[in-house]
Design a protein around this ligand. Sequence first.
Ligand SMILES: Cc1cc2nc3c(=O)[nH]c(=O)nc-3n(C[C@H](O)[C@H](O)[C@H](O)COP(=O)(O)OP(=O)(O)OC[C@H]3O[C@@H](n4cnc5c(N)ncnc54)[C@H](O)[C@@H]3O)c2cc1C
Length: 400
Amino acid sequence: MKANAPEADVTVLGSGPVAGALALLLARVSPDPSRIRLCQHARPALPADQSHGQQALRTIALNHGSRSLLEPLDAWPTDGATIHTIHVSQRGRLGRTIIRHHDFEVPELGTVFPWQEVVAAQASPLAASGITLQGGSKATVVAEHDEYTQLVQDDLTWRSRIVVQADGRVDGPASNLREHPYSQVAVLATVAAAAPRAGWAWERFTREGPLALLPVHVHDSGHPSHSLHSVIWCCRPETADALCQASADEFAQQLNQAFGARLGWLTPIGARQQQALTLRWQASVLQGRRLAIGNAAQTLHPVAGQGLNLGLRDAAQLAQTLTPWLARPQGSPKALLQQFVERRRPDRRLTIAVTDFLPRIFATGLPPVEHACGLALLALDTSPSLRRPLARHLMLGLRS
Ligand SMILES: Cc1cc2nc3c(=O)[nH]c(=O)nc-3n(C[C@H](O)[C@H](O)[C@H](O)COP(=O)(O)OP(=O)(O)OC[C@H]3O[C@@H](n4cnc5c(N)ncnc54)[C@H](O)[C@@H]3O)c2cc1C
């Protein structure tokens, strides 16, 4: 098959925030940004791990590290809800930890946006970046050779020296895939709090899974903006079904009972959704000249809001690693691609481990384990030297 479009140095597949961030980063370091190709597909855009036919209720807490990455790209969304304090507790047990922004001398611990706004904020800088933007049906790889990969999108065929899959799905040969299902489903909702606390986010571990409340700005809700919170309630599948089918009053009763009175009465607003949860990752994210990053490399449990922050670190490291090669793309990039894999391994492993461990350990239902978890929260609260490394990782990740 003959290519009917010029060759690309890097083709990025994906319509989400990680693909967009990588394309913007590569555009900054490529001598010819038109040789960077971003293949998106038709809207409406949703995260790849969410069912179609739904409007995305997903909110994303972006940490300080992600802000430092997106702001210089002019891709930091406006009008987010700031988190300066995180309260972590366990239902039915003593012990809690409070993490504050001034522990780390940063203006905030994170900022919360609807997923769509993170994607929408990339549209103008992408249009102005000089990269080749392709839309249409999903682009696919049709042939892989030692020197290049051949791709097709609608009636366009082209060759690319490197292909980056940032399409949100952990895919590929079964021998390379790892999967740990959770007996938990996330119920997503929006609530208005009667006694809001500006800038506070809440993570409350229950026997069925973590229950998070994040401040969020929603326009035209009819409620004061500072009272609104996004709910991510991880629970058993049968509980999730019941919570989604319950009337607004019944849902409110259950939620207020599980969360407690810290924010006054919580009134649900609008739709509720379920989201299946499974930890999936690729043992090796590099196959020939094809790499996976973001959710395509690892799809995590949403506890502590790490998935996109980790994916953005993948994008930043990849752009940095490829910078010297982009100046002379005729040479083989394989050694650099391998270097990228090595550099990202510790951060991927640690973040997968932390986000897998937390929802499991708090949900054992075993009183001695619950007691130990309560003591651990107390110890973290009273000892900044214990608290800081964990909080720093959740805020910045491991960077090389
Ligand atoms: C309930 C919940 C809450 C979460 N909260 C947080 C949080 O607070 N903080 C955080 O950091 N992370 C959070 N996450 C994780 C976060 O949503 C993901 O890590 C993030 O969306 C991954 O971005 P991505 O660009 O890699 O993939 P996606 O967001 O899945 O985007 C990929 C996009 O590419 C499209 N696509 C698929 N195939 C192709 C193709 N061939 N060509 C072009 N496009 C294609 C998909 O349809 C999709 O729109 C949460 C996850 C869940 C489930």
